[in-house]
Design a protein around this ligand. Structure first.
Ligand code: NDP
Length: 333
């Protein structure tokens, strides 16, 4: 019997989100059509996944359209799943991007239309916008919540200081503060989650929906021998990712992934599964957003749940000794 999906609170909110969720960046609209996306979403939902992550910028809106068609096709009760969108990159014109009151409103309406939904559970500011006062953004998000178009709002890749400012503004004016942040988190990128955001998680009850748990696929170990055909680095438009893989940092990450293989073998799981369980071991992480361009990948990743107990303190220490990048925490934590 596969292990049941655990659910965690989204920060201090009452919303229970599945430990593994499923996102559509790169995949929906580029590598997967509606039929393939529906099969993966159904597999995830049947395994207990209740959160599907999206953004206005993914495949320029096509990813939301595909997800919306899959929701229609599957016909799940609306109260049984959580869906997000993110606002920032909506088009090339000055009013189509950023976090102005205007773009936030238009982006929300656009996402709802493409997803064929009445409300978004989660709505993220996809990046900080230095040309919009944080107060304007907080007021715009609060307005959407009051209108019932959004239930919880959050940020993605904001600094702790920017999130703190949003909380301060919200408290001063009686507005809804951000509930969650969406940071990158994986074995190679951990400082922000484990150190910078920790005081906000503890003090303000910030939830974290983390992205790229496999470092865009490096933590599957599949890049040790080159670039498998059809993988995201081989796609048109993702040459920037290939450049990162070919940089000194990228090469050293690919080498580290190879060094982690024996640890995974010892546990009896794949490297991808080990990397996902490693993220899950951090109790501050509300949900780990899985990416998968194929059903077989999704199935393998969901089965990581079976190793949650096997990856004990001793295994975590073996991983640490390979990674050698544990951030130093201030003494009060
Ligand atoms: P991962 O780091 O887990 O990478 C997923 C990719 O790795 C897959 O699409 C696939 O790529 C490959 N892969 C996954 N599992 C396996 C496997 N078992 N074996 C072999 N290859 C595998 O996550 P993502 O980078 O996709 O991020 C996850 C989600 O997070 C996104 O969908 C999105 O919702 C969100 N996100 C948010 C961001 C933000 O700024 N807020 C930024 C990026 C992502 P391939 O096709 O190459 O095989």
């Amino acid at each position: 019997m596969p292990r049941e999906m655990p659910y965690r609170r989204l920060g201090r909110s009452g919303l229970k989100v599945s430990l593994f969720s499923y996102g559509s960046w790169v995949t929906f609209g580029t590598q997967m059509d509606v039929a393939a996306a529906s099969v993966c979403m159904r597999t995830a939902y049947d395994a207990g996944v209740n959160f599907f992550d999206n953004a206005e910028v993914y495949a320029a809106g096509e990813s939301e359209r595909i997800m919306g068609q899959a929701f229609q096709h599957e016909g799940w009760p609306r109260d049984s799943f959580i869906v997000s969108s993110k606002v920032y990159w909506g088009g090339d014109r000055p009013t189509q991007r950023g976090l102005s009151r205007k773009h936030i409103r238009e982006a929300c309406d656009g996402a709802l239309k493409r997803l064929q939904l009445d409300y978004l559970d989660l709505f993220f500011c996809h990046r900080p916008d230095l040309e919009t006062p944080i107060e304007e953004t907080v007021r715009a998000m609060d307005g959407l919540i009051r209108q019932g178009k959004v239930l919880y709002w959050g940020t993605s890749e904001w600094t702790a200081q920017q999130i703190q400012e949003a909380h301060t503004v919200a408290a001063r004016f009686g507005l809804e503060p951000p509930t969650m942040e969406q940071p990158q988190y994986n074995m190679f990128v951990r400082e922000k989650v484990e150190k910078e955001l920790l005081p906000l998680c503890v003090g303000a009850g910030l939830g974290m929906t983390i992205w790229s748990p496999l470092a865009s696929g490096i933590l599957t170990g599949k890049y040790a021998e080159g670039y498998p055909e059809g993988s995201r680095v081989t796609l048109e438009g993702y040459e920037w990712l290939r450049d990162i893989y070919e940089s000194e940092k990228g090469r050293s990450r690919i080498a580290k992934a190879a060094q982690l293989e024996p640890v995974a073998r010892e546990v009896g799981c794949s490297l991808a599964q080990l990397a996902l369980v490693w993220c899950a071991k951090n109790p501050r992480v509300s949900t780990i957003i899985l990416g998968a361009s194929k059903l077989s990948q999704l199935e393998e990743n969901l089965a990581a749940l079976d190793y949650l107990d096997q990856v004990d303190d001793a295994v975590m220490e073996s991983i640490e000794s390979v990674l050698d990048n544990r951030p130093e925490l201030p003494t009060q934590f």
